[in-house]
Structure formats: structure tokens, C-alpha cells
Design a protein around this ligand. Structure first.
Ligand code: CTP
Length: 262
């Protein structure tokens, strides 16, 4: 953590940025830092991250551009605030050595589904940041599909909606949050997902916002809660977005009775 210098009159007599910050402000920042560090202590958090890959044959797959950074940042934030985090990540270049995060790597939507369903009953707070493939090939070719001069059609089947499955299984003391990635009618579509998937909170990303979404280190989210409250956040680094998400969940938990004692 860095406490930046304040602006004002400097020892040289000039005015500008470079004064020591006021002691009471330094004290407040340090107090807040230590207070929030363990505010999820003892809580069990499930986070998903990254894309899924749905194999077509031994060398090709259906995937997407997700880097996994948003999910990894959320996992780090909760772990740094005292939680025990289980991170389920699709194929991503990222890794973590945070001792409070246990990470399971999966490839397909089916593997992510099985892993989530297994862990969900013991989880207090779940945040699904993964960009799960909505379709998978009906059959996976055992051998590499050879090229020919004719068109190639792939028959796809829908994958299971993991978040909706968790929504069906959710108890009143569990907190469930999802992401919504939209390109049009963003708020209306995200509101539909809250209801359809029985969520407490949805975090909307619009690909129309510059600097938001996949394969960038920043994000711009709009949070919509189960009561319809809408909070818009500025464009920030994904680490800072993860802080905002944890703070918002903390506030919601304090207001309602989910996950007692957080
Ligand atoms: N999700 C999921 N399982 C799927 C598809 C999506 O768990 N098979 C989750 C994502 O992790 C995300 C949320 O559902 O938290 C919304 O994902 P999104 O891609 O925005 O929407 P979809 O539900 O897939 O619907 P659509 O693609 O039609 O917008």
C-alpha cells in the first residue's frame, strides 16, 4: 500500500505535491487497511475464472478471449481479506501462489460444472466470473479433422448453465453473484439474468465500454442487486474492481441476513 504525498505549501516555500500526508489521514488509511484485511475471515468463497474450451478434435476447440484476470483478482481480494477461496479456472496463463487460494484447473464447461456443484454446498459466497462456453460440439472427433474443399458444419449442443444450476440449489444463507457480458440492451438483459438464475447480484460488463471486458487489465462494471439497485463504477484496474465487488458484497451481507457473521 502506498500513501501518496499531499499537495500544499512545501518546505522550500513553493506550492505543489510533495508534503507529508496529515498524520490523522495516515492513521485512518492504516486503520481501514487492517480493518478490511480480515472482514471475510473464516468464510468459504468459490470463484470461477477464465474461458472454457470445448474440444472439436485433438487439436481444435471452441473458446473465447477471456484471460481469467477478473476472476483471479476477485479470488486474491477475498483471500487477502481473510477468506478461504476455491478458484476454479478454465484454461488461463495465470496462476496464484496465495496460500489462502486453492486452485483447480479445468478445461470444459462440463468439468467446471462438476467441480462447482461439488464445492457449492460448503460455500458461503460464490462469484462466477468465468466466460463459460454456451455451446459444445455434440461429438468430439477422435482424430484430427482433415481439410477438404467442401464446407464443414459442426453440430453443437448447449452446455449446462452452471450459474443457473447453482441458483436452483442456493440456500437462503448463501450469496450468489454472476457476471453478465452484454453488447446491447445491457441493463435489461442483466436484470433478466438475475431473475432467471436466482442471483443476489449481477456485475454487468458492456463490450461497448472502452477498456472493459476480455483481454484488458481494466474493467468497468455496473452492479445490479436483487432489489433492482443499480451502482455504476468507473473504469478501473481489475484489482480495484475486485475491491469494489468485495465491498459491495460486504454491504449487502450486512444489510440482509446472508452468510451470518461476515
Ligand atoms: N454462465 C454459466 N454457465 C454457462 C454460461 C454462463 O455459469 N453455460 C455464467 C457466467 O459465468 C456468468 C453468467 O452465467 O456469470 C452470465 O454469462 P453470460 O455469458 O453473460 O450470459 P449467458 O447466460 O451465457 O447468456 P447469453 O450468452 O445469451 O447472454
Amino acid at each position: 500500500m502506498i500513501i501518496a504525498p499531499a499537495s500544499g505549501e512545501l518546505a522550500s516555500g513553493l506550492f505543489g505535491c510533495g508534503r507529508m500526508e496529515e498524520p490523522d489521514i495516515i492513521y485512518n488509511i492504516i486503520e481501514k487497511y487492517f480493518k478490511t484485511r480480515d472482514d471475510f475471515c473464516g468464510k468459504s468463497i468459490l470463484v470461477t475464472a477464465g474461458p472454457t474450451y470445448e474440444n472439436i478434435d485433438p487439436v481444435r476447440f471452441i473458446g473465447n478471449h477471456s484471460s481469467g484476470l477478473m476472476g483471479f483478482s476477485i479470488a486474491e481480494e477475498f483471500a487477502n481479506r481473510g477468506a478461504n477461496v476455491h478458484l476454479i479456472s478454465g484454461p488461463s496463463q495465470l496462476s496464484t501462489n496465495n496460500p489462502s487460494i486453492s486452485c483447480t484447473k479445468v478445461t470444459s464447461a462440463k468439468e467446471m460444472h462438476d467441480c462447482c456443484l461439488d464445492l457449492f454446498p460448503k460455500t458461503d459466497i460464490t462469484i462466477m466470473a468465468a466466460a463459460v462456453s454456451d455451446y459444445a460440439p455434440i461429438t468430439i472427433n477422435k482424430q484430427k479433422i482433415k481439410k477438404s474443399n467442401s464446407d464443414l458444419s459442426l453440430k453443437l449442443k448447449p452446455t449446462i448453465d452452471i450459474l443457473a444450476e447453482l441458483g436452483k440449489r442456493k440456500s437462503n444463507s448463501q450469496f450468489l453473484a454472476g457476471f453478465a457480458l452484454e453488447t446491447e440492451n445491457e441493463v435489461v438483459n442483466a436484470q433478466k439474468k438475475i431473475i432467471q438464475k436466482k442471483l443476489n447480484l449481477i456485475l454487468l460488463n458492456s463490450l461497448n465500454d472502452h477498456g472493459a471486458g476480455f483481454a484488458v487489465t481494466t474493467n468497468k462494471i455496473t452492479a445490479i442487486d436483487q432489489e433492482g439497485n443499480i451502482t455504476k463504477f468507473d473504469l478501473k484496474s481489475k484489482n480495484e474492481v475486485a475491491k469494489d465487488i468485495a465491498d459491495l458484497i460486504k454491504q449487502m451481507i450486512e444489510k440482509h441476513s446472508f452468510v451470518k457473521n461476515v
